[in-house]
Ligand binder design. Structure first.
Ligand SMILES: [Zn+2]
Length: 66
């Protein structure tokens, strides 16, 4: 009857998210969190999750690693 210490099955580790107040350079959507710490000099190149995904789908193996 051990008490379950596991906090549910969400992958075993928490992914760190960076909170902020940015804007997508492509569609203008607000970006409130990112899975990485954005480079201040590239804030005007940020893209929301949707745009980023589309970009990766169309430019496979691009030189820009975001
Ligand atoms: Zn966007």
């Amino acid at each position: 009857m051990a008490y379950d210490n596991n906090r549910g099955g969400d992958g075993g580790f928490q992914r760190k998210m960076f909170q902020g107040n940015w804007k997508c350079s492509k569609c203008g959507a607000a970006i409130t969190e990112l899975p990485f710490d954005p480079d201040p000099s590239r804030l005007d190149q940020l893209q929301c999750r949707d745009c980023h995904r589309q970009r990766r789908a169309s430019f496979q193996g691009g030189r820009d690693r975001y």
